[in-house]
Design a protein around this ligand. Structure first.
Ligand code: FAD
Length: 400
């Protein structure tokens, strides 16, 4: 006998949980199932990120990211307050360490003005007050509304709230393929649904293809590895120190973040990876998947789309501790080799590439059938955005 639900949500990452929460807030009596291939939440991006609630300064006002980032961040802080989840509005500085960064600084400030985000240029004495050990900067921007949060605590709280509201969780249940327009074949049997929300993160494109969608999209995973500051050097960073990013890429560059536990993490990288779960050097890579990814990487490298060659060289070099340290020293020059301590923390960014234009997709993407919506390219800042993003996803589904 198939299991029957009004709504099936695939993926118990932050996006799937936020969508289930949004459905329940609109239709409390709806029968909702969340299917998750792992045995517990937070095994992938949502439990492996930097834990920063971004203010949204990076995104031009015509992007979906701009529409949901700042709003989502505010809602997440309110949620954290209501549910006693640790978070701290610690602010961040963005440093222009080269004169060449100035046009991007101006662009970020224009984004902030257009999106109603608090952000302003600060002089060197104000920078010294905020981050005494930050590098000398050609220009510096302060974003007071940036916060850090305990991401895993958010996932756990959402899971328990949803259970209390009668949502059924199926752990260890992998969505495999669509079966007709309203049935889903899974590792645990057949599910019937009125409407399906595909929030499968790094596998969302794979599942969407089973519904005949996402034909122009393919995945190139990027690995984010981190180091941590030693106890001796932990005081060198008070909150968040970021570089000016290359805005042609969906990555923010190696930064320093004082997370909610008080540790300071340095990273993450954006190293081209060999698989959706390739968290170690080779661990989590599978031959078939790796071959396809290598082919796409070679294509990007050959065409040099999104200035990919420079990215690949710079990021692969960060497997070496000394190169990683150099990136961190651009922001905090007094760091020395012994200040970086190994940490196993690593995440994968499920970055989609458009196979027709050969360029990296920069924004979130939705594709739909009459009975399903597929959330694609849910890269950073999807954690920050999630509560507002879920509202948008459910609105677009027109099904709740
Ligand atoms: C290194 C790193 C740092 C980041 N830092 C930040 C940050 O500071 N701030 C921020 O806002 N964002 C950050 N992000 C981005 C953010 O973490 C992600 O955008 C967000 O967590 C994506 O959530 P998700 O629910 O879409 O994906 P996931 O968290 O990956 O969840 C998807 C879930 O679907 C499950 N699944 C997959 N396939 C199937 C299937 N077939 N059947 C059933 N279940 C399935 C997976 O097991 C997984 O649990 C970072 C990301 C990385 C990698």
């Amino acid at each position: 006998m198939p299991s029957e639900y009004d709504y099936v949500v695939v993926g118990a990452g932050i996006v799937g949980l936020a969508v289930a929460n949004e459905i329940k807030s609109r239709r409390p009596a709806a029968r909702v199932a969340v299917l998750e291939k792992e045995r517990e939440p937070g095994q992938h991006a949502s439990g492996r990120n930097s834990g920063v609630l971004h203010c949204g300064i990076y995104y031009a006002s015509d992007t979906v990211k701009a529409q949901v980032c700042a709003k989502g961040g505010e809602r997440m802080m309110k949620f954290a307050q209501e549910h006693s989840i640790p978070f701290k509005k610690s602010g961040k500085v963005i440093l222009a360490t080269s004169i060449n960064d100035i046009p991007t600084v101006d662009r970020l400030l224009r984004n902030a003005a257009a999106n109603g985000i608090h952000a302003y240029k600060i002089g060197s004495s104000e920078l010294r007050e905020i981050e005494p050990h930050a590098a000398h900067a050609e220009a510096a921007v302060y974003c007071p509304d940036t916060a850090v949060i305990d991401s895993r605590a958010v996932l756990e709280r959402l899971c328990s709230l949803l259970k209390q509201q009668g949502v059924d969780f199926f752990w260890g249940c992998e969505a495999l393929a669509s079966f007709g327009s309203n049935q889903l074949n899974t590792s645990e049997g057949l599910f019937s649904f009125g409407f399906l929300f595909n929030c499968a993160g790094a596998y969302a494109d794979t599942l969407a293809k089973k519904f005949g969608l996402a034909r122009d999209l393919a995945l190139i995973p990027f690995k984010g590895i981190y180091w941590k500051l030693s106890e001796r050097s932990n005081h060198l960073v008070r909150s968040n120190i970021y570089p000016v990013p290359d805005v042609s890429l969906p990555f923010l560059g190696v930064h320093l973040t004082r997370v909610i536990s008080g540790d300071v993490y340095v990273g993450p990288t954006a190293i081209p990876a060999l698989g959706r779960e390739n968290y170690g050097i080779f661990q989590g890579a599978h031959a078939g998947e790796a071959a396809g990814i290598l082919g796409r990487l070679a294509g990007m490298y050959f065409r040099n789309s999104n200035n990919f060659r420079a990215l690949a060289h710079a990021e692969l070099a960060k497997y070496s501790k000394s190169n990683f340290l150099s990136a961190a020293q651009q922001l905090v020059p007094s760091l020395v080799d012994g200040d970086l301590v190994h940490t196993p923390k690593a995440g994968i960014r499920p970055q989609l590439v458009n196979v027709r234009t050969h360029s990296l997709e920069m924004d979130y993407i939705f594709e739909q059938t009459d009975s399903s919506i597929h959330v694609l390219n849910s890269i950073s800042p999807a954690f920050t955005s999630s509560l507002a993003f879920a509202e948008m996803i459910v609105d677009r589904s027109n099904a709740v």
